[in-house]
Design a protein around this ligand. Sequence first.
Ligand code: ARG
Length: 288
Amino acid sequence: MFKNILMCKPKYFDVIHYKLNEHMLMKQKVNYDRAYIQWRNLENNLLYQGVKVNYIKPQKNLVDMVFAANGAIVYNNKAIVSNYNAIPRKKESKYYSNFFVVNGYDTYEMKTEFEGAGDGLFSHCRTHLWLGYGFRSNKDSKTEIEDIISDHNLEIHTLKLTNPLWYHLDTCFCPFGVDRLMLYEKAFDKESLRKIYNVFDEEKCIKVSDEDAENFACNSISIPNNILIGHSYTPKLKEKLRDIDYRGIETLMSEFLLSGGSTKCCVLDVERYRDNEVEKKIQISYGP
Ligand code: ARG
């Protein structure tokens, strides 16, 4: 659940690298004004819902820096800054690193290729961390992250992504609430699905359709009050969410979809959860 996030204004946002991911076909030019309005709407939606928003300064020539999710992952007071596989994005690391140092996080820079919260998602009140690999992040990032975090309360799993359209884990895997998950099964291999359903109750998982997956429904931001914020949801998916008392709020992100990103890609969870807070949550979810 996101309560305290980092965002980067799309001042220099553009799509200039052909097929940096399979969505970036450059058939249509980015409409900069529209991108700005869409980003502002997302920011306003989050602020209106009481989410704290922090900002990192956009940098000239770093056209993808708006996708703050890729900057790092944060666990308690530790910020683990990305080592981008995407060459045009490599220079972003030093700006994200600087943000965390200045704001007093224990900051670590990854040696293994790893694209932050795009490929690293927590679930079950931060007792599980899921790492996607196959396109951008390296499977070996697990060992390095395990060493940095070194917390036996956290179980770390790797998931193999198999479809280049779902190249970051946050495009096809969306943990929300305490133990809920929305996912696009076709983005994973069998072994990964097995790992997922070993931890998440399959009956309770929402398996999204091709249409929802293509509209980046799994790239949703889960915020307090049982709300998910995404680009668009089919009526069927909305109904499934309503059945479990969740609400899907839509905010248009069409310009960012041209770059292979949506709402969740534009935010990074920077909350410093303290150990006792996590413990409290575990008690609530599993009973005393
Ligand atoms: N154009 C960006 C890239 O290819 C999109 C990043 C999307 N971010 C994400 N967290 N899925 O790197």
